[in-house]
Design a protein. Structure first.
Length: 178
């Protein structure tokens, strides 16, 4: 019988967390990461004030928000993601994130192909592949920083739209006396 492949880990106890500092962000990311042949998964915490610069990667990304909130911007649109939300970022779309909440945002993130081409992320990522699988695995993709001159305009508009939508209609107010 062949050796038992490393297909199971305790994410909490066996996959060591590490920190990475994305370019231009005032705050780092505290994360755990695993990779397979075609996908990488990270469980990442971003403190309030975390704000990345626009970037792209040749991988599709899905985020599931476990705790807190995070604004995710994809080109001209911004999405306020809260606990329980799932967010898709298509391949090669310019995107960035901003934690405008009061506490950390914890998110499970999947990238396919894996995002472990990024040396910063690769350092702490645990392989869940056998040696044979590793030899055949796809090359990991990388984060590529890009210029996005419309950033401030997009953020301002997206935040205003959501804040306006959240504002309760003013009704049933008692008329002022006299
Ligand atoms: Fe991304």
């Amino acid at each position: 019988m062949s050796e038992k492949p490393p297909y199971r880990f305790s994410f909490e106890n066996e996959v060591k967390p590490y920190r990475v500092q994305p370019p231009k962000s005032p705050k780092d990311i505290f994360l755990r990461m695993v990779e397979g042949t075609d996908i990488s998964i990270m469980l990442a915490s971003r403190d309030a004030g975390y704000h990345t610069a626009p970037h792209v990667h040749d991988a599709e990304q899905f985020n599931y928000i476990i705790e807190g909130e995070l604004w995710i911007f994809v080109e001209e649109h911004g999405y306020r993601c809260v606990k329980g939300d799932i967010m898709r970022v298509p391949r090669n779309k310019i995107h960035w994130a901003w934690n405008r909440g009061s506490g950390p945002c914890v998110m499970l993130e999947a990238h396919t192909p894996p995002l472990t081409g990024d040396p910063m992320l690769k350092t702490g990522a645990i392989s869940m592949m056998t040696e044979e699988e590793e030899a055949e695995a796809l090359d990991g993709t990388v984060n590529i920083q890009v210029e996005y001159p419309k950033l401030a305009e997009v953020e301002e508009r997206a935040i205003r739209e959501v804040e306006e939508a959240n504002r309760l209609p003013v009704k049933n107010l008692a008329p002022a006396d006299g």
